[in-house]
Design a protein around this ligand. Sequence first.
Ligand SMILES: Cc1cc2nc3c(=O)[nH]c(=O)nc-3n(C[C@H](O)[C@H](O)[C@H](O)COP(=O)(O)O)c2cc1C
Length: 161
Amino acid sequence: MAKELVIYFSVYGTAKIVAEEIAKQRGADIAEIVPAVPYDSNRDNYNALARLAKKEHDEDLRPEIKNDIDIESYDRIYIGYPMWWYTFPMIIYTLFDKYDFSGKTIVPFNTHMGSKDGGTYETIKKLEPGAKVLTGLPVEMKEAEKGPEKAVERWLRDLEL
Ligand SMILES: Cc1cc2nc3c(=O)[nH]c(=O)nc-3n(C[C@H](O)[C@H](O)[C@H](O)COP(=O)(O)O)c2cc1C
């Protein structure tokens, strides 16, 4: 059986909920992308986070990842993140700059408030041409908070892994 890892980035905790559900259903290992400079997870401060995320996006920044993630031991890697400004957070670009996923299978997923995947699954294919990218799972934020068990279960079944 393929060795599986779930990698995720999450500030408000909803991509984390989906990541943990995937890891649970697949018996996969899990690793969080920890930013060197933490983001403010207090939802009352959304406007400040929105401004910071916009700046990172507009200036094409690569926020540093604090931790090392072992991807070499895994064949199939789930990668999850929230939608930020119609694309993925810039730290996900850092991830793809830092690690080479050639020869691996990437299974993307994300949380959002209406943008679905925002075309990011196609972006992953361009950034990692040597990887096989399977059909991703976009999960609406409220759905993730209610519990993504069913959605994850259906998606994993349809992937026929
Ligand atoms: C800075 C920022 C920008 C966002 N931009 C979008 C967006 O463009 N489209 C969308 O559908 N949701 C957007 N959202 C909503 C998030 O994708 C949603 O809240 C997600 O569930 C957060 O994931 P997390 O709980 O793992 O951090 C944005 C949220 C933040 C904080």
